[in-house]
Design a protein around this ligand. Structure first.
Ligand code: BYC
Length: 318
């Protein structure tokens, strides 16, 4: 068999494994495009977790009580952990952490648009936990069944932690809505500002999504962007109503025939602006990450030196 036929056969066998719901593991044969597409998605997911620490980290020193502060610190640490699982999953595909971080810093690799908005009040911490983590859960529950083993397994643990994050966010909103007029207004203002960016988290409409068709065929993605967005809207609207919040969408209406809420048009120009680097906080988020990365250089150097010493000791013993 010539080279082209071998690769055709391998691709057919690969697709058959995917169709049979088998997990693909790091040492298995995979098409180069599958590998690259996974590195793209997993690394952007990892970057989102890490950059996503910034808007919430902004409120750790100003949390309104010791209990809220301890909870928020734990949540932000969890997000760092999610980043680590995901970078490790991406590394199993033959890319180094340095390359991934470099792509983030040069803008070659994206991260979730939502983290380019500022967290202006304490209620934003409620809105992020409630809406952003809800959106993340809806998406990530489906990714627990993604075809690449290390990514799927990372998702299982991440989803468990995200449920606690969502609860703590909703609890903040609930507490504010039981409070004084000023607190209720603060909660409503946070919902007004975070609602539309949360809908954008699911990416462009299905017809406009560049990667969806191939990613669905390879079962990297299990449900479409619009399908997941609809599930999020259906659950969030009821949660908002339950505590007296009003979703900032005049076109929002229950559709009996569809069994779902209809909702208004998303501002895709704003989405494009934010993902191309021109959102309210893009520059600040990247500068902060670069700075933290530079300041951590001595830790990486110390660890590399320690590892080299251990290796040389092991060689001496052998
Ligand atoms: N923001 O063809 P499409 C968290 C890009 S963090 C920015 O539909 P795909 C948390 C997309 O990358 C959890 N970019 O892409 C952390 C592509 O550009 P490239 C974050 C976006 O990959 C801290 C282009 O648009 N979750 O929970 O098939 C505190 C075309 O899109 C966005 C994940 O990352 C966006 N919103 O589908 C609190 C989930 N949407 O790559 C909470 C994992 C699209 O060609 N990722 N783009 O340059 C996914 O599930 C999928 O990648 C997406 C997009 C659904 C996001």
């Amino acid at each position: 068999m010539d080279k082209a036929n071998v690769s055709e056969t391998e691709e057919r066998t690969f697709q058959a494994r995917i169709d049979a719901e088998e997990k693909i593991e790091p040492k298995d044969w995979m098409p180069e495009k599958y590998r690259r597409n996974l590195i793209r998605q997993i690394s952007q997911h990892a970057h989102s977790e890490v950059i996503g620490e910034q808007p919430e980290g902004n409120w750790i020193t100003r949390a309104p009580s010791l209990e809220r502060k301890a909870i928020l610190m734990a949540k932000v640490q969890d997000e760092a952990g999610h980043g680590l699982y995901l970078y490790a999953a991406a590394e199993t595909l033959g890319v180094t952490r340095e390359e991934l971080i470099d792509r983030l810093h040069t803008g070659a690799s994206k991260y979730a648009s939502i983290f380019n908005y500022p967290s202006l009040t304490w209620a934003d911490i409620g809105a992020i936990g409630w809406l952003v983590d809800s959106a993340a859960i809806v998406n990530q529950v489906s990714l627990q069944n993604t075809s690449y083993g290390p990514y799927a397994r990372a998702m299982v643990r991440i989803c468990k932690e995200e449920s606690f994050h969502q609860r703590q966010g909703y609890n903040i909103m609930m507490t504010l809505m039981k409070g004084a007029k000023l607190q209720r207004e603060m909660a409503q203002d946070a919902l007004d500002r975070w609602w539309w960016p949360s809908l954008m988290m699911f990416g462009p409409h299905d017809g406009e999504s560049a990667h969806s068709a191939q990613s669905m065929k390879w079962k990297i993605k299990r449900r479409s962007n619009d399908d997941l967005r609809q599930q999020f809207v259906d659950q969030a609207v009821q949660q908002a109503e339950a505590i007296g919040l009003v979703v900032p969408d005049p076109d929002l209406k229950w559709n009996d025939a569809r069994g779902h809420y209809d909702f208004g048009a998303i501002d895709w120009q704003e989405f494009e602006r934010v993902i191309s680097g021109n959102g309210p906080c893009n520059r600040q988020r990247l500068a902060h990450h670069k700075n933290a990365h530079d300041e951590g250089a001595w830790v990486r150097e110390a660890m590399a030196a320690h590892e080299a010493k251990q290796r040389s000791k092991a060689r001496d013993v052998a």
